[in-house]
Design a protein around this ligand. Structure first.
Ligand SMILES: C[S@@+](CC[C@H](N)C(=O)[O-])C[C@H]1O[C@@H](n2cnc3c(N)ncnc32)[C@H](O)[C@@H]1O
Length: 397
């Protein structure tokens, strides 16, 4: 009921007083210049001040900002919905009326407010006080002039009262750096836990930790390498890490040169010292980026593709198919969603690990023009092999 009234008010260019997850807020359509002007006038706020854009569902926010990089998206997934405003890069200058003087940055809020569940529109929002006044935690603390001037006033009872934390993620994608611009409802320790760990692959401890988390790690590697056939000469590896998979692939394919990509420069530095320099070329790049130019006889990836969401995997498979030589092969060893949920034993981190069922991945590979089959599976681990049409192909098994 309130959700429908709220949406109707915003869509009609109105200004609404509403309960957020922190304090009472004022909201309007972020793309409607008149509505934004009225919101600022009701507050007595200078229009050059930036406001965050708020969504009521995370998916809607992520869909509206497709240019966010994978690390930033994962950070949003870990922290939102929640009482935190995240300032992200805004290269497309979206929502210019919310940007204040800096269209290259955007404040993003996603809240979970039961009364507004299902609201699909984003809103430009700010707290429902006069500029510089106290943050209202109950409706009667919202200045009368604001209540009288708004087209809709929603009562959500008494609210928690601590304003959102504001966190700068504008450099997070490239360097992992972040900064608290305003302390608020989310403790710094919780922010550190959500934002620091993305870079938790520590090359010094990786080999021991992965084997502890995944008792079948070495078996998965062996099965992947076995499924890679033999006599490949040009290999592309996706997510090289410290070079565990690459070392095995080079041993199996003695005449091959390998191009390895990974987002982590630290992990690749460890790989560079473990692998024969004359046979490898390592690049810091994300799987979501353009792939190194092929053609490759073999594209291989162990325990990395599950970091992509479903549609990103489907997109990667199309680019892998395009990078393969005729008859070339793609081998994928990864964590998957098993048919029996009891078999899902690999520890996963929300927002970073997105395993998909084998059947879905086989279908995406087929859609990409490859001929795909399951080569090995145990619990929630699987090795999939997909062959490109034509050519002599690489040898067996
Ligand atoms: C679990 S390790 C696997 C490394 C190696 N293939 C192995 O099996 O030991 C995952 C690697 O994927 C990298 N990674 C995660 N997301 C990525 C992405 N979107 N693009 C490229 N590399 C990514 C991480 O930096 C990490 O080095």
């Amino acid at each position: 009921m309130s959700a429908a009234a709220f949406e109707a008010c915003i869509a009609a260019g109105g200004v609404a007083v509403f309960p957020s997850d922190t304090v009472y807020g004022l909201a309007c359509d972020p793309e409607n210049g008149n509505a934004v002007k009225r919101l600022h006038a009701l507050k007595g706020r200078a229009p050059e001040k930036p406001s965050a854009v708020m969504w009521f569902a995370l998916e809607a926010a992520l869909d509206a900002l497709p240019e966010l990089g994978p690390r930033t998206r994962a950070a949003l997934e870990r922290l939102l919905p929640g009482p935190v405003s995240l300032v992200v890069p805004n290269p497309r200058a979206r929502f210019p009326l919310a940007a204040g003087g800096d269209p290259a940055s955007l404040g993003v809020r996603v809240v979970s407010v039961p009364a507004l569940d299902g609201v699909g529109l984003p809103v430009l929002q700010t707290s429902a006080n006069l500029a510089g006044g106290p943050d209202p935690v109950a409706l009667d603390e919202v200045p009368a002039s604001i209540r009288a001037g708004a087209e809709l006033v929603l009562d959500g009872g008494r609210l928690p009262g601590t304003p959102s934390s504001v966190v700068d993620l504008r450099r997070y994608e490239e360097s992992g750096e972040w900064a608290v611009l305003r302390a608020g409802a989310v403790a710094e320790e919780a922010l550190r836990e959500a934002l620091g760990w993305e870079f938790h692959f520590d090359p010094a401890t990786y080999a021991a930790e992965i084997r502890e988390e995944m008792p079948l790690y070495d078996r998965l590697q062996d099965e992947l390498v076995r499924a890679s056939g033999s006599e490949a000469r040009r290999i592309l590896e996706l997510g090289t890490g410290t070079g565990e998979t690459a070392g095995r692939l080079l041993a199996r394919h003695p005449d091959a040169r390998l191009v390895g990509i990974d987002v982590s420069a630290e992990m690749l530095a460890a790989a560079a010292s473990a692998l024969p320099a004359e046979r490898v070329s390592l690049r810091v790049a994300a799987l979501e980026d353009e792939l190194p130019p092929g053609p490759f006889d073999l594209v291989a990836s162990a325990l990395c593709v599950h970091h992509l969401r479903g549609r990103e995997k489907a997109d990667l498979f199309v680019r892998v198919a395009a990078a393969l030589a005729p008859g070339g092969r793609f081998v994928l060893g990864d964590v998957v969603v098993p048919e029996d949920p009891a078999q899902a034993t690999t520890p996963l981190t929300a927002g970073y690990d997105h395993p998909s069922p084998v059947a879905e991945q086989l279908a995406w590979l087929e859609e990409a023009g490859l001929s795909a089959r399951l080569s090995w599976a145990a619990g929630d681990l699987a090795v999939i092999v997909a062959a490109a049409p034509g050519g002599a192909g690489i040898v067996g098994p």
